[in-house]
Design a protein around this ligand. Structure first.
Ligand SMILES: Nc1ccn([C@@H]2O[C@H](COP(=O)(O)OP(=O)(O)OP(=O)(O)O)[C@@H](O)[C@H]2O)c(=O)n1
Ligand SMILES: C[C@](O)(CO)[C@H](O)COP(=O)(O)O
Length: 258
């Protein structure tokens, strides 16, 4: 770790200003209920478990009247106005941090629509970012056969999937580099759907950090039920881990008293 990184602060930018059009619900998907709480509350709580000391910048639609600050577990946080596209929301959030964030500060951008990200993956990604001056993102290798359509519902070609990855979030970068990348993309009219592509447009190659396939982005109606299953499975996994730990402890304790 460089000296600059040792003193760098961690900022979390959470774009939460989308309308959830593909979800087709009566409200933006970040306010749909998942296990009794809004999706937004789950996502912020996962981030807080991993990084309790970080500072949060939450991008919200200026007309959002559903947001409740009680869902924010961070001590230091602010809201910033969402933009037209996701990239605009993130760019505006970074602009709102100008003067406070240093160029070498670390920024993790995480979709509010990904509530199932694990604390382990969050900390792995941050470690990768600390080691990599370009930046890093969670991603998974493509597992399905990929078809391109002909525009009329038939296959035009089957695409080689070797070397293809699906990008997830968080995506992490140094503040100065990410701000420059997103400003340049906006000025050049380059539409970017994630932070990494803005950085790629500068001729740089962020690091792919293998993540979990269950870090899904709630996008379509069926994804909400999937996310509920994932959260339940993760809880069961954690409980059986803890149970295993207790069993091992009991086993060792019984050996000690043998
Ligand atoms: N102008 C926008 C658009 C999206 N987002 C956020 O970016 C993330 C990923 O976007 P997406 O899944 O596309 O969400 P929506 O834009 O809400 O969905 P849709 O495209 O179906 O309308 C979400 O957390 C969303 O809230 C944002 O902050 N500002
Ligand atoms: C950033 C992202 O989650 C990476 O997969 C994704 O591109 C955002 O989704 P959108 O539908 O393009 O807004």
């Amino acid at each position: 770790m460089s000296e600059a990184d040792a003193s760098a602060r961690l900022w979390l930018v959470v774009p939460a200003a989308g309308r959830g059009r593909r979800m087709g619900a009566d409200r933006p998907k970040q306010y749909l209920t998942l296990e009794g709480r809004p999706v937004l509350a789950h996502t912020l709580s996962r981030l807080h478990q991993a990084f309790p000391q970080a500072q949060l910048c939450l991008c919200l639609d200026p007309d959002d009247d559903r947001f409740d600050p009680a869902w924010v577990p961070f001590a230091r946080w602010r809201r910033s106005p969402g933009g037209h596209e996701r990239a605009d929301s993130v760019r505006q959030a970074l602009a709102a941090l100008a003067g406070e964030a240093g160029d070498d500060d670390l920024v993790l951008v995480h979709d509010v629509a990904r509530p199932c990200v694990t604390v382990a993956d969050l900390t792995t990604l941050l470690s990768a970012l600390r080691e990599d001056p370009v930046g890093a993102l969670l991603a998974t290798p493509v597992a399905d056969t990929i078809k391109r359509d002909d525009g009329q519902g038939r296959i035009a070609s089957t695409e080689p999937r070797d070397g293809l990855w699906q990008a997830q979030t968080p995506q992490g970068f140094r503040y100065g580099l990410l701000r420059q990348a997103l400003e340049q993309a906006a000025a050049g009219g380059v539409g970017v759907t994630d932070e990494a592509s803005a950085v790629e447009a500068l001729g740089l190659s962020p690091r792919l950090v293998p993540g979990r396939r269950d870090n899904l982005k709630i996008t379509h109606p069926e994804d909400l039920a999937l996310a509920a299953h994932v959260l339940a499975a993760q809880r069961e996994g954690a409980a059986s881990h803890a149970g295993q730990g207790l069993a091992e402890h009991a086993h060792l304790a019984s050996k000690e008293t043998d």
